[in-house]
Design a protein. Structure first.
Length: 285
């Protein structure tokens, strides 16, 4: 596996420390990890359920609504048609919402750190308005997941909202706020956690989890996600890795806080295909 990237670890820890909007475990939200997930394959229709209750016991929604980056982020979650192969229609209102979200995150210290770092590497435009255009293109520009299809996807939809393929597979959905809101609507069924080698069971205050769940009738055998972090933190993290490399798939090993992670970013031309964290000490048992 790739050696630890110290330069990126340093940057991402600065961003982690600067993430004043991150929710605090046990205070702003509580999770209930319950049982360990059983074996499952992508495409299984039924899997063992080792968690009778929701993963999120509670989340302080007042706090979410009072933080501009979360509030503008949540307004984007209902803008997408989750089935791949079904063309997306972007309305003028949605374009306004996308821009409001980008304006909100660009005003944060987390995004400023990312922008400064990318400027030093000559990978970002110095002017914030130009940088915003660059972010819009990377995350919100529509493309076709499969050749020949109509534009049915974008980086934001895949990573943060989630998509389904032929009603059998779950693609993406690596965001805790979307997970919580879907769970609240009984759209998601949390099936249990996937353990780490060094730690058999996650704690209630772990801010990166590997979990198994079903959504819209399909199973995600294992999905990793940050818990409690702000949308700007994830956005900044994945954007930096995306812009640093031209490869189709980039995997960077970093240590953020106590978590040893591989951050994986797939590109789709000039756009993000998918992006997610993998807990390195996760066993596949």
């Amino acid at each position: 596996r790739k050696a630890l990237n110290r330069e990126l670890s340093k940057l991402f820890n600065e961003m982690w420390d600067a993430d004043v909007h991150r929710l605090r475990p046990g205070k702003d939200y509580t999770i209930d990890v319950q049982g360990k997930a059983g074996p499952a394959q992508q495409g299984d229709s039924a899997v063992q359920d080792n968690a009778a209750r929701h993963l999120f016991h509670n989340v302080n929604e007042e706090r979410l609504k009072s933080i501009k980056t979360f509030a503008t982020f949540i307004s984007l979650l209902d803008n997408y048609e989750t089935s791949t192969g079904v063309a997306e229609v972007v309305t003028p209102e949605e374009i306004v919402e996308n821009n409001c979200f980008l304006d909100a995150i660009l005003a944060t210290e987390v995004m400023r750190l990312a922008h400064d770092y990318l400027l030093k590497k000559n990978l970002a435009k110095p002017n914030l308005a130009d940088f915003k255009h660059q972010l819009y293109d990377i995350w919100f520009q529509l493309y076709a997941r499969k050749e020949g299809d109509r534009p049915d996807s974008c980086g934001f939809e895949h990573v943060f909202v989630g998509e389904t393929r032929r009603g059998k597979e779950i693609l993406g959905l690596h965001n805790w706020v979307q997970f919580y809101l879907q769970e609240k609507r009984n759209q998601i069924d949390y099936k249990g956690y996937v353990a780490r080698k060094t730690k058999t069971r996650p704690d209630e205050d772990d801010q990166v989890l590997s979990i198994q769940f079903t959504w819209k009738g399909s199973v995600k055998p294992i999905g990793s996600t940050f818990i409690g972090v702000s949308p700007e933190f994830e956005f900044a993290l994945y954007t930096v890795i995306f812009l640093l490399s031209e490869e189709r798939v980039t995997r960077e090993t970093v240590k953020i806080d106590e978590y040893e992670l591989q951050v994986v970013v797939w590109r789709h031309g000039h756009h993000i295909g998918t992006a997610y964290p993998v807990l390195l000490s996760t066993t596949s048992e």
